[in-house]
Design a protein around this ligand. Structure first.
Ligand code: PMP
Length: 477
Protein backbone atom coordinates (compact mmCIF):
# COMPACT_ATOMS: atom_id res chain seq x y z
CA UNK A 1 0.00 0.00 0.00
CA UNK A 2 2.99 2.26 -0.03
CA UNK A 3 1.77 4.26 -3.01
CA UNK A 4 -1.64 5.06 -1.58
CA UNK A 5 -0.61 7.67 0.93
CA UNK A 6 -2.72 7.41 4.04
CA UNK A 7 -4.32 10.67 5.19
CA UNK A 8 -2.51 10.14 8.47
CA UNK A 9 -0.44 12.41 10.65
CA UNK A 10 2.41 11.62 12.98
CA UNK A 11 0.32 13.08 15.81
CA UNK A 12 -2.56 10.81 14.98
CA UNK A 13 -0.31 7.78 14.95
CA UNK A 14 1.10 8.61 18.37
CA UNK A 15 -2.43 9.23 19.65
CA UNK A 16 -3.27 5.73 18.46
CA UNK A 17 -0.32 4.32 20.32
CA UNK A 18 -1.44 6.06 23.48
CA UNK A 19 -4.92 4.66 23.00
CA UNK A 20 -3.46 1.24 22.32
CA UNK A 21 -5.03 1.16 18.84
CA UNK A 22 -3.25 0.45 15.59
CA UNK A 23 -5.71 0.90 12.75
CA UNK A 24 -6.40 -2.84 12.45
CA UNK A 25 -9.89 -4.21 12.89
CA UNK A 26 -9.33 -6.47 15.92
CA UNK A 27 -10.25 -4.03 18.66
CA UNK A 28 -12.26 -5.32 21.57
CA UNK A 29 -12.46 -2.36 23.96
CA UNK A 30 -14.67 0.56 22.99
CA UNK A 31 -12.75 3.76 22.23
CA UNK A 32 -14.15 6.50 24.39
CA UNK A 33 -12.41 9.68 23.19
CA UNK A 34 -15.06 11.69 21.30
CA UNK A 35 -14.40 12.37 17.63
CA UNK A 36 -16.08 15.31 15.91
CA UNK A 37 -16.68 16.02 12.22
CA UNK A 38 -13.56 16.80 10.22
CA UNK A 39 -15.20 19.14 7.72
CA UNK A 40 -18.65 20.75 7.63
CA UNK A 41 -21.14 19.00 5.35
CA UNK A 42 -24.53 20.19 4.16
CA UNK A 43 -27.21 18.37 6.16
CA UNK A 44 -24.88 17.65 9.07
CA UNK A 45 -27.53 18.80 11.54
CA UNK A 46 -30.54 17.46 9.65
CA UNK A 47 -33.43 16.46 11.90
CA UNK A 48 -35.23 13.16 11.29
CA UNK A 49 -38.72 12.36 12.55
CA UNK A 50 -39.25 9.01 14.29
CA UNK A 51 -42.38 6.89 14.43
CA UNK A 52 -44.11 8.03 17.61
CA UNK A 53 -43.42 11.69 16.92
CA UNK A 54 -39.96 12.36 18.37
CA UNK A 55 -37.40 14.17 16.27
CA UNK A 56 -33.66 13.42 16.47
CA UNK A 57 -30.49 14.46 14.64
CA UNK A 58 -30.29 12.31 11.54
CA UNK A 59 -27.32 9.95 11.64
CA UNK A 60 -26.05 9.43 8.12
CA UNK A 61 -24.11 6.18 8.00
CA UNK A 62 -24.50 5.73 4.26
CA UNK A 63 -21.60 7.76 2.89
CA UNK A 64 -20.43 4.85 0.75
CA UNK A 65 -23.59 5.07 -1.32
CA UNK A 66 -23.66 8.86 -1.67
CA UNK A 67 -21.80 11.24 0.62
CA UNK A 68 -23.32 14.57 1.63
CA UNK A 69 -22.00 17.69 -0.07
CA UNK A 70 -19.14 19.45 1.62
CA UNK A 71 -20.16 22.95 2.69
CA UNK A 72 -17.19 24.18 0.63
CA UNK A 73 -18.62 22.42 -2.42
CA UNK A 74 -22.08 23.90 -1.94
CA UNK A 75 -20.54 27.37 -1.42
CA UNK A 76 -18.49 27.05 -4.59
CA UNK A 77 -21.48 25.94 -6.64
CA UNK A 78 -23.48 28.90 -5.32
CA UNK A 79 -20.59 31.22 -6.16
CA UNK A 80 -20.21 30.03 -9.76
CA UNK A 81 -23.90 29.53 -10.54
CA UNK A 82 -24.46 33.12 -11.76
CA UNK A 83 -21.78 32.45 -14.41
CA UNK A 84 -23.42 29.23 -15.56
CA UNK A 85 -23.60 29.12 -19.35
CA UNK A 86 -22.70 26.79 -22.20
CA UNK A 87 -19.22 25.22 -22.15
CA UNK A 88 -17.06 25.27 -25.32
CA UNK A 89 -19.97 26.76 -27.24
CA UNK A 90 -20.34 30.45 -26.56
CA UNK A 91 -18.47 33.72 -27.02
CA UNK A 92 -20.31 35.46 -24.20
CA UNK A 93 -18.54 36.36 -20.99
CA UNK A 94 -20.43 33.81 -18.86
CA UNK A 95 -19.80 31.12 -21.43
CA UNK A 96 -16.10 31.85 -21.40
CA UNK A 97 -16.03 31.78 -17.61
CA UNK A 98 -17.91 28.45 -17.64
CA UNK A 99 -15.55 26.96 -20.22
CA UNK A 100 -12.58 28.02 -18.15
CA UNK A 101 -14.21 26.66 -15.00
CA UNK A 102 -14.77 23.29 -16.66
CA UNK A 103 -11.27 22.95 -18.03
CA UNK A 104 -9.67 24.16 -14.80
CA UNK A 105 -11.76 21.63 -12.89
CA UNK A 106 -10.40 18.89 -15.13
CA UNK A 107 -6.84 19.93 -14.25
CA UNK A 108 -7.60 20.17 -10.51
CA UNK A 109 -9.19 16.72 -10.41
CA UNK A 110 -6.27 15.19 -12.31
CA UNK A 111 -3.75 16.84 -9.97
CA UNK A 112 -5.68 15.64 -6.90
CA UNK A 113 -5.06 12.01 -7.85
CA UNK A 114 -1.53 12.59 -9.13
CA UNK A 115 -2.26 11.96 -12.79
CA UNK A 116 0.74 11.78 -15.13
CA UNK A 117 1.33 14.74 -17.46
CA UNK A 118 0.20 12.76 -20.50
CA UNK A 119 -2.87 11.16 -18.90
CA UNK A 120 -6.32 12.05 -20.16
CA UNK A 121 -9.11 13.07 -17.78
CA UNK A 122 -12.56 12.36 -19.14
CA UNK A 123 -15.45 13.85 -17.18
CA UNK A 124 -18.15 11.20 -16.92
CA UNK A 125 -21.36 10.85 -14.94
CA UNK A 126 -19.96 8.47 -12.32
CA UNK A 127 -17.75 5.40 -11.86
CA UNK A 128 -20.16 3.12 -13.71
CA UNK A 129 -20.06 5.46 -16.69
CA UNK A 130 -16.27 5.71 -16.55
CA UNK A 131 -15.75 1.94 -16.47
CA UNK A 132 -18.25 1.37 -19.30
CA UNK A 133 -16.34 3.95 -21.32
CA UNK A 134 -13.07 2.12 -20.73
CA UNK A 135 -14.69 -1.23 -21.53
CA UNK A 136 -15.40 0.12 -25.00
CA UNK A 137 -11.78 1.23 -25.39
CA UNK A 138 -9.92 -2.00 -24.55
CA UNK A 139 -8.14 -3.02 -27.78
CA UNK A 140 -8.92 -6.54 -28.90
CA UNK A 141 -6.06 -6.81 -31.37
CA UNK A 142 -3.02 -6.28 -29.10
CA UNK A 143 -1.44 -8.57 -26.48
CA UNK A 144 -4.00 -10.43 -24.40
CA UNK A 145 -6.63 -10.25 -27.13
CA UNK A 146 -8.66 -7.72 -25.18
CA UNK A 147 -9.24 -10.09 -22.27
CA UNK A 148 -10.03 -8.47 -18.92
CA UNK A 149 -9.26 -10.16 -15.60
CA UNK A 150 -11.47 -9.33 -12.66
CA UNK A 151 -11.84 -10.71 -9.12
CA UNK A 152 -15.19 -11.94 -7.88
CA UNK A 153 -15.28 -9.34 -5.10
CA UNK A 154 -16.07 -6.44 -7.39
CA UNK A 155 -19.01 -4.09 -7.40
CA UNK A 156 -21.20 -4.84 -10.43
CA UNK A 157 -19.94 -1.57 -11.97
CA UNK A 158 -16.48 -3.14 -12.23
CA UNK A 159 -17.74 -6.54 -13.33
CA UNK A 160 -20.63 -6.23 -15.75
CA UNK A 161 -19.02 -3.80 -18.24
CA UNK A 162 -16.26 -6.35 -18.88
CA UNK A 163 -18.61 -9.24 -19.49
CA UNK A 164 -19.55 -7.83 -22.91
CA UNK A 165 -16.07 -8.81 -24.17
CA UNK A 166 -13.48 -11.49 -23.45
CA UNK A 167 -13.04 -11.74 -19.70
CA UNK A 168 -12.20 -14.06 -16.81
CA UNK A 169 -13.64 -13.74 -13.30
CA UNK A 170 -11.12 -15.05 -10.78
CA UNK A 171 -12.09 -16.38 -7.37
CA UNK A 172 -10.91 -14.43 -4.35
CA UNK A 173 -8.94 -16.68 -1.99
CA UNK A 174 -8.98 -16.65 1.84
CA UNK A 175 -5.88 -14.51 2.13
CA UNK A 176 -4.50 -11.55 0.22
CA UNK A 177 -1.35 -13.49 -0.60
CA UNK A 178 -3.25 -16.48 -2.02
CA UNK A 179 -5.43 -14.13 -4.06
CA UNK A 180 -2.36 -12.53 -5.61
CA UNK A 181 -0.98 -16.00 -6.35
CA UNK A 182 -4.20 -16.89 -8.18
CA UNK A 183 -3.99 -13.68 -10.16
CA UNK A 184 -0.41 -14.36 -11.13
CA UNK A 185 -1.24 -17.94 -12.12
CA UNK A 186 -4.06 -16.65 -14.33
CA UNK A 187 -1.73 -14.15 -16.01
CA UNK A 188 0.87 -16.87 -16.62
CA UNK A 189 -1.72 -19.29 -17.97
CA UNK A 190 -2.89 -16.78 -20.58
CA UNK A 191 -1.96 -13.14 -21.09
CA UNK A 192 -4.63 -10.54 -20.39
CA UNK A 193 -4.96 -7.01 -21.70
CA UNK A 194 -6.37 -5.43 -18.56
CA UNK A 195 -6.77 -6.23 -14.88
CA UNK A 196 -9.80 -4.42 -13.44
CA UNK A 197 -9.68 -4.15 -9.67
CA UNK A 198 -11.31 -2.13 -6.94
CA UNK A 199 -9.13 -0.08 -4.63
CA UNK A 200 -11.40 -0.82 -1.71
CA UNK A 201 -14.31 -3.20 -1.18
CA UNK A 202 -17.65 -1.43 -0.99
CA UNK A 203 -18.90 -4.25 1.26
CA UNK A 204 -16.11 -4.64 3.83
CA UNK A 205 -14.00 -1.51 3.41
CA UNK A 206 -10.86 -3.63 3.04
CA UNK A 207 -8.14 -2.06 0.91
CA UNK A 208 -6.57 -4.04 -1.90
CA UNK A 209 -2.79 -4.07 -2.45
CA UNK A 210 -3.00 -2.10 -5.68
CA UNK A 211 0.74 -1.53 -5.96
CA UNK A 212 1.37 -5.30 -5.87
CA UNK A 213 -1.42 -5.96 -8.36
CA UNK A 214 0.01 -3.31 -10.70
CA UNK A 215 3.48 -4.90 -10.44
CA UNK A 216 2.07 -8.35 -11.24
CA UNK A 217 -0.08 -7.16 -14.13
CA UNK A 218 2.67 -5.07 -15.70
CA UNK A 219 5.15 -7.92 -15.39
CA UNK A 220 2.78 -9.95 -17.56
CA UNK A 221 1.98 -7.22 -20.06
CA UNK A 222 -1.46 -6.23 -18.75
CA UNK A 223 -2.67 -2.76 -17.83
CA UNK A 224 -4.61 -2.03 -14.64
CA UNK A 225 -7.74 -0.01 -14.04
CA UNK A 226 -8.59 0.84 -10.45
CA UNK A 227 -12.21 1.30 -9.46
CA UNK A 228 -11.60 4.17 -7.06
CA UNK A 229 -15.22 4.78 -6.06
CA UNK A 230 -14.56 3.79 -2.45
CA UNK A 231 -10.83 4.42 -2.40
CA UNK A 232 -10.50 8.05 -3.45
CA UNK A 233 -12.84 9.42 -0.74
CA UNK A 234 -10.73 7.72 1.94
CA UNK A 235 -7.11 7.70 0.83
CA UNK A 236 -4.85 10.04 -1.10
CA UNK A 237 -4.11 8.35 -4.41
CA UNK A 238 -1.06 9.21 -6.47
CA UNK A 239 -1.59 7.63 -9.84
CA UNK A 240 1.93 8.28 -11.06
CA UNK A 241 3.53 6.55 -8.08
CA UNK A 242 0.90 3.84 -7.91
CA UNK A 243 1.52 3.01 -11.53
CA UNK A 244 -2.06 2.01 -12.30
CA UNK A 245 -3.01 2.86 -15.86
CA UNK A 246 -6.57 4.06 -15.27
CA UNK A 247 -8.58 5.32 -12.33
CA UNK A 248 -12.35 5.81 -12.14
CA UNK A 249 -14.32 7.50 -9.37
CA UNK A 250 -17.57 9.33 -8.62
CA UNK A 251 -18.15 12.89 -7.43
CA UNK A 252 -21.20 11.95 -5.39
CA UNK A 253 -19.11 9.68 -3.16
CA UNK A 254 -16.49 12.43 -2.85
CA UNK A 255 -18.79 15.06 -1.32
CA UNK A 256 -19.69 16.56 -4.71
CA UNK A 257 -23.19 15.33 -5.57
CA UNK A 258 -23.65 17.23 -8.81
CA UNK A 259 -23.54 14.39 -11.30
CA UNK A 260 -19.91 14.16 -12.37
CA UNK A 261 -17.35 11.38 -12.19
CA UNK A 262 -14.07 10.76 -13.98
CA UNK A 263 -11.96 8.32 -15.91
CA UNK A 264 -8.29 9.23 -15.85
CA UNK A 265 -5.52 7.38 -17.60
CA UNK A 266 -3.40 6.51 -20.61
CA UNK A 267 -4.21 8.40 -23.77
CA UNK A 268 -3.57 5.80 -26.52
CA UNK A 269 -6.57 3.51 -25.92
CA UNK A 270 -8.88 6.48 -25.36
CA UNK A 271 -7.76 8.22 -28.54
CA UNK A 272 -8.17 5.06 -30.62
CA UNK A 273 -11.56 4.01 -29.24
CA UNK A 274 -14.90 4.71 -30.82
CA UNK A 275 -16.48 7.79 -29.20
CA UNK A 276 -18.38 6.82 -26.06
CA UNK A 277 -21.07 9.41 -26.73
CA UNK A 278 -21.27 10.37 -30.37
CA UNK A 279 -22.54 13.88 -30.93
CA UNK A 280 -21.75 17.56 -30.77
CA UNK A 281 -18.52 18.43 -29.00
CA UNK A 282 -16.89 15.07 -29.81
CA UNK A 283 -15.93 15.98 -33.37
CA UNK A 284 -13.59 18.31 -35.20
CA UNK A 285 -15.79 18.38 -38.30
CA UNK A 286 -18.58 16.45 -40.01
CA UNK A 287 -18.97 16.06 -43.78
CA UNK A 288 -22.31 16.73 -45.51
CA UNK A 289 -22.71 12.92 -45.63
CA UNK A 290 -22.34 12.71 -41.83
CA UNK A 291 -18.75 11.46 -41.89
CA UNK A 292 -17.15 12.55 -38.61
CA UNK A 293 -13.58 13.54 -38.00
CA UNK A 294 -13.57 12.63 -34.29
CA UNK A 295 -11.70 14.79 -31.79
CA UNK A 296 -9.05 13.15 -29.60
CA UNK A 297 -9.81 12.32 -25.97
CA UNK A 298 -11.16 13.72 -23.72
CA UNK A 299 -13.59 15.57 -26.04
CA UNK A 300 -13.98 12.41 -28.13
CA UNK A 301 -15.85 10.79 -25.20
CA UNK A 302 -17.69 13.86 -23.92
CA UNK A 303 -20.35 14.33 -26.59
CA UNK A 304 -23.16 16.69 -25.63
CA UNK A 305 -23.12 19.68 -23.32
CA UNK A 306 -20.64 19.11 -20.49
CA UNK A 307 -21.70 19.09 -16.83
CA UNK A 308 -19.79 22.19 -15.77
CA UNK A 309 -21.35 22.43 -12.30
CA UNK A 310 -20.63 18.75 -11.65
CA UNK A 311 -17.00 19.17 -12.68
CA UNK A 312 -16.62 22.41 -10.68
CA UNK A 313 -18.16 20.76 -7.61
CA UNK A 314 -15.85 17.77 -7.89
CA UNK A 315 -12.84 20.06 -8.23
CA UNK A 316 -13.97 22.02 -5.14
CA UNK A 317 -14.17 18.77 -3.18
CA UNK A 318 -10.67 17.83 -4.35
CA UNK A 319 -9.35 21.20 -3.19
CA UNK A 320 -11.01 20.90 0.23
CA UNK A 321 -9.71 17.37 0.81
CA UNK A 322 -6.23 18.25 -0.43
CA UNK A 323 -6.13 21.14 2.06
CA UNK A 324 -6.61 18.81 5.04
CA UNK A 325 -3.48 18.30 7.12
CA UNK A 326 -1.66 15.17 6.05
CA UNK A 327 -3.10 12.18 7.86
CA UNK A 328 -6.13 13.97 9.29
CA UNK A 329 -8.74 12.14 7.23
CA UNK A 330 -7.31 8.72 7.88
CA UNK A 331 -6.90 9.35 11.60
CA UNK A 332 -10.50 10.58 11.85
CA UNK A 333 -11.80 7.60 9.97
CA UNK A 334 -9.65 5.04 11.79
CA UNK A 335 -10.89 6.30 15.16
CA UNK A 336 -14.53 5.99 14.04
CA UNK A 337 -14.02 2.63 12.35
CA UNK A 338 -12.34 1.19 15.43
CA UNK A 339 -15.06 2.53 17.69
CA UNK A 340 -17.82 1.10 15.53
CA UNK A 341 -16.11 -2.22 14.89
CA UNK A 342 -15.45 -2.68 18.61
CA UNK A 343 -19.05 -1.84 19.45
CA UNK A 344 -20.53 -4.06 16.76
CA UNK A 345 -18.42 -7.10 17.58
CA UNK A 346 -19.49 -6.83 21.23
CA UNK A 347 -23.17 -7.31 20.28
CA UNK A 348 -24.41 -10.90 20.35
CA UNK A 349 -25.10 -12.23 16.86
CA UNK A 350 -23.36 -9.44 14.94
CA UNK A 351 -20.88 -10.61 12.32
CA UNK A 352 -18.60 -7.98 10.79
CA UNK A 353 -17.85 -9.04 7.23
CA UNK A 354 -14.37 -9.35 5.80
CA UNK A 355 -13.03 -10.87 2.60
CA UNK A 356 -9.61 -11.88 3.84
CA UNK A 357 -8.27 -13.38 7.06
CA UNK A 358 -5.06 -11.38 6.77
CA UNK A 359 -6.16 -7.96 5.52
CA UNK A 360 -4.92 -5.19 7.79
CA UNK A 361 -6.26 -1.96 6.34
CA UNK A 362 -9.87 -0.95 6.00
CA UNK A 363 -11.69 2.33 5.52
CA UNK A 364 -14.91 3.54 7.14
CA UNK A 365 -17.13 1.09 5.29
CA UNK A 366 -18.34 -1.74 7.51
CA UNK A 367 -20.62 -4.52 6.30
CA UNK A 368 -22.27 -6.70 8.91
CA UNK A 369 -25.13 -9.08 9.62
CA UNK A 370 -27.27 -9.55 12.72
CA UNK A 371 -28.12 -13.23 13.27
CA UNK A 372 -31.84 -13.91 13.13
CA UNK A 373 -32.68 -10.44 11.83
CA UNK A 374 -33.61 -9.58 8.25
CA UNK A 375 -31.23 -6.79 7.14
CA UNK A 376 -33.96 -4.81 5.38
CA UNK A 377 -36.07 -4.92 8.49
CA UNK A 378 -33.16 -3.85 10.68
CA UNK A 379 -32.49 -0.91 8.33
CA UNK A 380 -36.18 0.08 8.54
CA UNK A 381 -36.04 -0.17 12.35
CA UNK A 382 -32.87 1.95 12.54
CA UNK A 383 -34.50 4.64 10.44
CA UNK A 384 -37.98 4.61 11.96
CA UNK A 385 -37.06 4.25 15.63
CA UNK A 386 -33.58 5.83 15.77
CA UNK A 387 -33.19 8.22 12.83
CA UNK A 388 -30.17 6.29 11.53
CA UNK A 389 -29.60 5.77 7.80
CA UNK A 390 -27.65 2.67 6.74
CA UNK A 391 -27.62 0.60 3.58
CA UNK A 392 -29.00 -2.93 3.40
CA UNK A 393 -29.07 -5.56 0.69
CA UNK A 394 -26.33 -7.03 -1.44
CA UNK A 395 -24.59 -3.75 -2.29
CA UNK A 396 -24.37 -4.50 -6.04
CA UNK A 397 -21.75 -7.12 -5.19
CA UNK A 398 -23.74 -10.34 -5.50
CA UNK A 399 -20.75 -12.62 -6.23
CA UNK A 400 -18.94 -11.36 -3.12
CA UNK A 401 -21.97 -11.78 -0.89
CA UNK A 402 -22.33 -15.35 -2.18
CA UNK A 403 -18.62 -15.94 -1.46
CA UNK A 404 -19.13 -14.63 2.08
CA UNK A 405 -22.14 -16.96 2.39
CA UNK A 406 -24.46 -14.03 3.05
CA UNK A 407 -27.53 -15.23 1.20
CA UNK A 408 -30.12 -12.87 2.66
CA UNK A 409 -28.10 -9.68 2.30
CA UNK A 410 -26.40 -7.60 4.96
CA UNK A 411 -26.21 -4.14 6.47
CA UNK A 412 -23.53 -1.56 5.83
CA UNK A 413 -22.54 1.42 7.94
CA UNK A 414 -20.21 3.87 6.24
CA UNK A 415 -18.94 7.28 7.18
CA UNK A 416 -16.72 10.14 6.16
CA UNK A 417 -15.60 13.65 7.00
CA UNK A 418 -18.95 14.78 8.42
CA UNK A 419 -19.18 11.84 10.83
CA UNK A 420 -18.65 11.92 14.59
CA UNK A 421 -18.31 9.33 17.34
CA UNK A 422 -21.90 9.87 18.44
CA UNK A 423 -22.97 8.44 15.05
CA UNK A 424 -21.21 5.16 15.80
CA UNK A 425 -22.49 5.16 19.38
CA UNK A 426 -26.09 5.68 18.29
CA UNK A 427 -25.89 2.75 15.88
CA UNK A 428 -24.35 0.49 18.49
CA UNK A 429 -26.97 1.45 21.09
CA UNK A 430 -29.82 0.94 18.62
CA UNK A 431 -28.60 -2.51 17.60
CA UNK A 432 -28.04 -3.51 21.21
CA UNK A 433 -31.60 -2.49 21.98
CA UNK A 434 -32.86 -4.52 19.02
CA UNK A 435 -31.14 -7.74 20.01
CA UNK A 436 -32.07 -7.26 23.69
CA UNK A 437 -35.63 -5.91 23.60
CA UNK A 438 -36.74 -6.27 19.97
CA UNK A 439 -38.52 -3.67 17.86
CA UNK A 440 -40.72 -0.98 19.36
CA UNK A 441 -43.26 -0.91 16.54
CA UNK A 442 -44.69 -3.29 13.96
CA UNK A 443 -43.13 -3.72 10.51
CA UNK A 444 -44.49 -5.20 7.29
CA UNK A 445 -43.18 -5.67 3.77
CA UNK A 446 -44.46 -3.05 1.38
CA UNK A 447 -43.41 -3.33 -2.29
CA UNK A 448 -40.39 -5.39 -1.31
CA UNK A 449 -39.17 -3.05 1.46
CA UNK A 450 -39.75 -3.29 5.19
CA UNK A 451 -41.60 -0.31 6.65
CA UNK A 452 -43.44 0.50 9.89
CA UNK A 453 -47.09 -0.52 9.67
CA UNK A 454 -48.15 2.80 11.19
CA UNK A 455 -45.72 5.28 9.75
CA UNK A 456 -46.61 8.76 10.89
CA UNK A 457 -43.31 10.39 9.89
CA UNK A 458 -43.94 13.47 7.78
CA UNK A 459 -42.00 14.23 4.62
CA UNK A 460 -40.74 17.76 4.05
CA UNK A 461 -43.62 19.87 2.73
CA UNK A 462 -41.94 20.25 -0.65
CA UNK A 463 -41.30 16.49 -1.08
CA UNK A 464 -44.31 14.30 -0.39
CA UNK A 465 -43.50 10.59 -0.20
CA UNK A 466 -43.70 9.00 -3.61
CA UNK A 467 -46.74 6.86 -4.26
CA UNK A 468 -45.03 5.24 -7.25
CA UNK A 469 -44.58 1.59 -6.30
CA UNK A 470 -43.06 0.51 -9.60
CA UNK A 471 -39.57 1.89 -9.24
CA UNK A 472 -38.16 -0.10 -6.33
CA UNK A 473 -34.63 -1.03 -7.35
CA UNK A 474 -33.40 -4.45 -6.18
CA UNK A 475 -29.69 -3.65 -6.09
CA UNK A 476 -28.25 -0.32 -5.18
CA UNK A 477 -24.88 0.84 -4.19
N1 PMP B 1 -17.53 0.74 -7.52
C1 PMP B 1 -17.70 0.70 -6.19
C2 PMP B 1 -16.67 0.02 -5.35
C3 PMP B 1 -18.83 1.28 -5.62
O1 PMP B 1 -19.01 1.23 -4.30
C4 PMP B 1 -19.78 1.90 -6.46
C5 PMP B 1 -21.03 2.54 -5.91
N2 PMP B 1 -21.60 1.93 -4.87
C6 PMP B 1 -19.54 1.92 -7.82
C7 PMP B 1 -18.39 1.35 -8.32
C8 PMP B 1 -20.48 2.58 -8.76
O2 PMP B 1 -20.48 3.95 -8.52
P1 PMP B 1 -21.55 4.88 -9.23
O3 PMP B 1 -22.87 4.40 -8.77
O4 PMP B 1 -21.22 6.23 -8.73
O5 PMP B 1 -21.36 4.72 -10.68
Amino acid sequence: MSTITPFRSVDACSADRENGTTGAAQVTEPITTPVGPLLPVVGGTLQAPLVGGRVVRHVNLDYAASAPALQAVADHVTEVLPYYASVHRGAGYASQVSTNLYETARTTIAAFVGARADDVTVITRNTTDALNLLAGAVPTTGPGGGEVLVLDLEHHANLLPWTAGPHRVLPTADTVGQTLDLLEAALIERPATLVAVTGCSNVTGELLPIDRIVALAHAHGARVVVDGAQLVPHRRVDLETLGADYLAFSGHKLYAPFGAGVLIGRRDWLDAAAPYLAGGGAVRSVSPQGQADWAPAPQRHEGGTPNVLGAAALAAACRALAALPEGALEAHEAALAERLTAGLTAIAGVRVLRVWDDSTERVGVIGFTVAGHDPGRVAAYLSAEHGIGVRDGKFCAHPLLARLDVTEGALRASFGVGSRSEDADRLIAALRELVTNGEGTEYALSTGRWAPVADSRPAPAWAPWSTDTTTVAPCLG
